[in-house]
Design a protein around this ligand. Structure first.
Ligand code: HEM
Length: 142
């Protein structure tokens, strides 16, 4: 460890994340549906990992976005939470390779929800955040 504090998001990246989450919360139903449509389109084999009824996932995605935003200025806490999340994900049957399609589905759905507010800087901010979270989560994978 030690690397993450220097390497965490810039102020303008954090601003981009906050803006996209604020926009995403407006159309959360559509965003969640879009995320799962994209994910199972990219990787149909992941469908059985999720409960048949995806409605609970909506609440989980919202609470995840809210907690990410609330911890953006506390990267050490965010990364500790990501490690705990990583540990739980091993129990959900998730593998390392699954992070790529999930990231693509998530960022694709956020971009679509943000519509004309989306730009290259927002994309970069999300790629950066998602990679940082993934790296911490994967540190709990064998
Ligand atoms: C940065 C990446 C990710 C984040 C932040 C994230 C976040 C979360 C959160 C907050 C939950 C709610 C349960 C809990 O807190 O333990 C959850 C559940 C879950 N996630 Fe993830 N996740 C990520 C990546 C993935 C990947 C790559 C997969 C692979 C398919 C995945 C599959 C699941 C499954 C199957 C559940 C349980 C769903 C259920 O309750 O039916 N997640 N995730």
């Amino acid at each position: 460890m030690g690397r993450e504090m220097d390497n965490f998001l810039t102020e303008s990246e954090k601003e981009s994340i906050r803006e996209t989450v604020a926009a995403a919360k407006q159309g959360i139903d559509k965003l969640v549906d879009d995320f799962y449509t994209r994910l199972f389109d990219l990787e149909p084999s992941l469908r059985p990992l999720f409960a048949t009824d995806l409605s609970d996932q909506k609440k989980k995605l919202v609470s995840m976005l809210v907690s990410i935003v609330s911890l953006l200025d506390k990267p050490e806490q965010l990364l500790v939470a990501a490690r705990a999340l990583g540990k739980r994900h091993t129990a959900y049957g998730v593998s390392r390779e699954d992070f790529e399609p999930v990231g693509n589905a998530l960022i694709g759905a956020l971009a679509s929800a943000a519509a004309d507010q989306w730009d290259f800087d927002k994309e970069q901010a999300w790629v950066h955040l998602y990679s940082a979270l993934t790296a911490e989560m994967l540190s709990e994978f064998s």
